[in-house]
Design a protein. Structure first.
Length: 250
């Protein structure tokens, strides 16, 4: 269900100030669980529940693209038991949520090196991508075994190779066409939860002019109300992109 302008106004939001592309570093699952005397796995499961509502609101509010940091290349260093839990949650999420996501015209795409994961995870992700490939609603990008520095090197190498085959120097357009996020608008708003204030190798190129929003709230507690607070803060920012006049969403 797409919110009307009047409905957005009830949240304190306006159509023209909704960011086209939101990126989220979903941080704090483990600390959320520890604070409650629970296993880290409970925090990860609670984090999945939080993500579900943020996806729904993004879709209904008219956000064009939502990119979430689900598993970084550095997360490979985590204990095997925790990685196993995360893989199980990924499979469970795609199997349980795919019907609703598809009905709401959400298009799913993974970014990162999916080949590192067990075959069952790869199949679950690829099946979700194939099923939603023609959807024209929210573009949901899930960063899995993703690292931005590796993405940049990969894009540079592919751009150089394709340009060399044509006997010319690579261009910025060649480079951008080989990023995992090719075809998406630049990130307008980056949200990071749990009190950390760093980028952590996430979308370094795509964040060039993004507004940054940091909150102390752990990801499992990042409710729709917290998301609206972040979107409202974004709406109040003056974005000049190096110029003198503020620019709003195109």
């Amino acid at each position: 269900m797409r919110y009307t302008d009047a409905e957005l106004e009830t949240f304190g939001l306006g159509r023209e100030t909704i960011p086209r592309h939101v990126a989220i570093i979903m941080d704090g699952n483990g600390r959320w669980a520890k604070a409650r005397g629970q296993m880290r796995s409970a925090g990860h499961r609670a984090g999945v529940n939080a993500l579900r509502d943020i996806i729904r609101f993004s879709s209904d509010a008219g956000v064009e693209a939502l990119t979430v940091y689900a598993f970084s290349t550095e997360n490979q260093k985590r204990p095997p038991e925790e990685i196993g839990v995360l893989c199980g949650l990924l499979i469970e999420y795609f199997r349980k949520e795919i019907d609703e996501l598809d009905e709401n015209r959400v298009r799913i795409r993974s970014i990162g090196d999916l080949s590192w994961f067990p075959q069952a995870v790869q199949e679950a992700v690829k099946n979700a991508e194939a099923r939603t490939a023609k959807n024209e609603g929210l573009k949901l990008n899930i960063a899995l075994n993703y690292g931005s520095q590796a993405e940049i090197v990969r894009a540079m190498q592919l751009a150089a190779a394709s340009a060399a085959a044509e006997g010319r120097a690579p261009t910025q357009a060649d480079f951008e066409a080989n990023l995992y996020t090719a075809g998406l608008p630049p990130v307008d708003l980056l949200i990071r939860t749990s009190g950390e204030e760093r980028i952590s190798n996430f979308l370094l190129y795509q964040l060039a002019y993004a507004e940054l929003y940091f909150t102390d709230v752990y990801w499992p507690d990042f409710t729709r109300a917290e998301y609206i607070r972040a979107l409202t803060a974004f709406a109040g920012r003056s974005r000049r992109f190096g110029g003198l006049s503020a620019t709003r969403r195109a």
